[in-house]
Design a protein around this ligand. Structure first.
Ligand code: DGI
Ligand code: FE
Ligand code: FE
Ligand code: FE
Length: 187
């Protein structure tokens, strides 16, 4: 399927507001790829598809995690984490996306992972700073993103972890490992 077909298919999965977010992530990911010597073509595709399953029903995602043997520990953490893994599965099965770099960037765009690839970082960071985002600290992360992807990402994960702690929620262990890894490698 061509890019226009994928655009329409993706748009059909979500309400208008989420689609506008997706378009913001696409533009931001392309800009970050150009700025940090990434691949703008892959960045565009991964960003377009990153929230493919975000608006799917919780029961549907739970069924897919169980039946497709996606990581079972997802089920005991926040449901917000599920759409990343389910989305990677969905675009592979529904649209024949086979590029593992793209699938991984989708799969890990929420939690992060250790040794994130450049594409993982670009998509994850674009998701945090696209123009439609507004949360405490976003401007500082946007500022850091002008010069250093990793420092911006660390600040981004810091803000998510702080928010989860403030709300008394558990933190998905991979997010903690991701932050530790980025600090060890880049600070
Ligand atoms: O899908 P988006 O809203 O565009 O953004 P996302 O895929 O980064 O989802 C982030 C949400 O996931 C955010 O509201 C926080 C929530 N979340 C819950 N537990 C965790 C978590 N995010 C991370 N990174 N780690 C967690 O443990
Ligand atoms: Fe997401
Ligand atoms: Fe298709
Ligand atoms: Fe997103």
């Amino acid at each position: 399927m061509n890019l226009d077909g994928l655009r329409e298919a993706t748009r059909r999965q979500m309400p208008e507001k989420r689609w506008q977010h997706t378009l913001g992530v696409v533009d931001t990911a392309i800009a970050l790829a150009k700025r940090f010597d990434g691949d703008p073509v892959k960045a565009e595709l991964a960003a377009l598809l990153h929230d493919y399953s975000k608006a799917w029903a919780i029961d549907r995602m739970e069924g897919i995690i169980r039946e497709q043997k996606l990581p079972p520990e997802l089920l005991i953490y926040d449901k917000e984490l599920w759409h990343a893994h389910v989305g990677a599965w969905a675009v592979e099965t529904e649209h024949g996306i086979t590029d593992e770099e793209i699938l991984d960037a989708i799969r890990y765009h929420t939690s992060g992972r250790e040794n994130m690839t450049k594409l993982d970082k670009i998509v994850c960071l674009a998701d945090y700073i696209e123009p439609g985002r507004d949360y405490p600290g976003v401007d500082k992360i946007r500022e850091l993103a002008k010069s250093n992807v990793e420092e911006a990402l660390i600040a981004a994960f810091d803000s998510t972890i702080k928010l989860l702690i403030e709300r008394g929620k558990r933190v998905f262990p991979l997010t903690v490992y991701t932050r530790n890894d980025l600090i060890m490698q880049f600070k």
